[in-house]
Unconditional design. Sequence first.
Length: 344
Amino acid sequence: MRRSHPPNMNHPHRLKVIFLTEPINSPSTRFRILQFISEFEKFDLDITVSPIPKGIFPRLKLFNSLSAFDITVLQRKLFQPWILSYLKMKSKVLFFDFDDAIMFRDSNATDFYSRSRQNRFKNTAQKADFVITGNEYLREISQQFNNNVVVIPTGINTQLYIPGDVHEAGRPLTLGWIGSQPNLIYLQTLIEPINKLYLVNKNFRLKIVCDGFIDGFHCPTEKKVWCKDDELADIQSFDIGLSPLTEDKWTRGKCALKLLQYMACSLASVSSATAVTSRMIRDGHNGFLASNSTDWFEKLRFLTENPQQSRAMGFTARQSLMGVFDEKTIAEKYSALFHQRTNS
């Protein structure tokens, strides 16, 4: 993954940075690190990505190599205290980067609180030299344990996620949702408004891209098994993106990846109104926000009945990402933080 670049006069030397990550295909690894590798390296960062191995001895071997790097970035993983202490000892500078409310259980749990998660998170945040969070909610939690906390939002590679071909006129519109099986709990909240919409408008279908599925929708529904190689084409096959969420301790930590994917592909979308989505969407301008079932029905009805305005909204959505969530902007934020921290 390393490439040779001429030196940048803004930074006197290149930094060697290693990211310790979850498996390569996990969303956090893909969307907070891998999609930005080429951009990182333009900013005088030599990047190594190392998925954290299973087993104590392979982990200790990896940690023993960290002295060769200027910066170690631990991504999401919450280690036992003694393992974390060893990692800290072997790292010149330790960053902790995360983009979910990993201190809680997810929305499918009967109880969000987990003492072991809370303790491991607290220990990790305290041990790190610097904490990077994906949104403000996660920053506020982290600041209880570390004064050096900054928000770098999850971004999207707009050179990869691009609009697809214009869809054939006259065919039914496709409402699309992409996600993983644990997140079907959120899609389930759309059964009522989508069924209500189908009573008054038959000119649409639903496409679900996932590793699991739910029933209950009355409209024609395509169930497509998620595959990384098909992900972009599947999103480009949508006309309208769906991004529902419930309101709880877990979802407040979400960083709106689905919405970023839709917007980069120039899709009009409807999203649940959260602190994160409300910063990304100007309701009615570059997408729609929904706070209840009635909102979902009315805003999906508008988009399905006004396809030209829907396409224009999608174009605006993509433009609104630039300079805020695009690959160059996000890579530059990481680079500035890394160089500032090592020069301080």
